[in-house]
Write a new protein. Structure first.
Length: 60
C-alpha cells in the first residue's frame, strides 16, 4: 500500500510528458517558420538573380 501511495504522488512522469509536448510544439513552430522562410528566401534570390542577369546584359 505504501508503494502505491508513493506511485500516485510521483509526478516525474507527468513532468516528462509535459516537456515532451512542449518540445513537440516548439518543433512544429520551427518547421512552420522554416517553410515560410524558405519561400521568402527563394523569392528574394530569384529577384536578385533576375536583376543581376539584366545588369549583365546591359553592360557592354
Amino acid at each position: 500500500m505504501k508503494n502505491f501511495a508513493r506511485f500516485m504522488n510521483d509526478e516525474s512522469g507527468a513532468t516528462a510528458i509535459e516537456y515532451a509536448l512542449l518540445a513537440g510544439l516548439i518543433g512544429v513552430g520551427i518547421v512552420t517558420a522554416a517553410t515560410n522562410l524558405k519561400t521568402d528566401i527563394t523569392e528574394l534570390f530569384s529577384r536578385i538573380g533576375t536583376k543581376l542577369d539584366s545588369a549583365a546584359k546591359t553592360t557592354p
